[in-house]
Design a binder for this molecule. Sequence first.
Ligand code: BGC
Length: 365
Amino acid sequence: MTTTTSAQDIVAEGLRVIADGQAPSGAYVASPNFAEYNFAWLRDGAYCALAMDAAGRPESSRAFHRWAAMVIEAQRPRIEKIIGLIERGETIRGDDMLPTRYTLLGQPEVVVGEAWPNFQLDGYGSWLFALFSHLDAQLLPEFRPAVELAARYLSASWRLPCFDYWEEEGDRQHTSTLAAIAAGLRSASRLLDDTSLASTAEEVLDYVRAHCVVDGSFVKGPQDPRVDASLISLTVPFGLVDASDPVMRATIARIRSELSSPSGGIYRYRGDTYYGGNPWLLLTAWLGWHDRVTGNEEGFSSARHWVLSNVSDGGRLAEQVLHEPQSAPFVQEWLDRWGPVADPLLWSHAKFILMESEAVGRVWN
Ligand code: BGC
């Protein structure tokens, strides 16, 4: 841990970590030295791609987007089957649905032992959003089939309960998941010039406004009045809600007051027990990115300071630091189960790079 490391050093180290973590296939591994994360998540990857674009490395994000498009196209028969089942109102099981993570070669993992909570929808929306941003809204023909497929998949399935950003609570809907879907559908509507996708995106957003606001603040989901740090995505980067919107402001205020650790890091949500439920580097940088974009210099500099004070050896950013758990007994329990926490974590570096870059949240017009 060091406070003397400069932000520039960490950006440079982050670019190395992300580049080294990119497989020849184009996939970004979630973490190179944490066995459970030796896969490529669309969610993590989308943010790595945004960061590489922001850092002037579009060849890296292009390779990721090609990989993701290949992965989605390879799932075409499954997607067609899912859409058919949903249209006929038939029962869908979570493991019928597309996974949140793939092997670095782009295949669904072979389940050995306990299955990963793989049915998550947000990654497909985040991918569409990151691709839209990468292409600067101009679709290249090579991406059209995958964009169409992903958009049809999300349009058909957005109402289904699934696991959330944190791979939990698979029996319900989640505001941040719905936000990623709406952002993805808006992106696809622009790329494909398809207004029906824009209408579906508005329907999703209307649903969020109607069911995911409690006491003037966005909440974790229709059945959960807690606040979750991933709600920042509604405004940065997705731009679905203006940062000055009173509901968004109240949400950020709740995140700041309810999810700050004593030293100023940001927790995922209250009641988190994963590795004890400590503050996460990527969430602290995400709030700092929001603060930078919205002109809150004080917030930005305290987020930056906190991250720089919690850098691991060699300038790496881990997933979470273990010294401020919400639930101390769970630290050892998870260390015994899965070993030391993921370090480095690629999307921690991605969020730091984004915070330090000129990247702003999307403004749709
Ligand atoms: C987090 C996910 C993340 C994954 C890989 C999980 O523990 O909950 O949000 O995608 O790790 O980084």
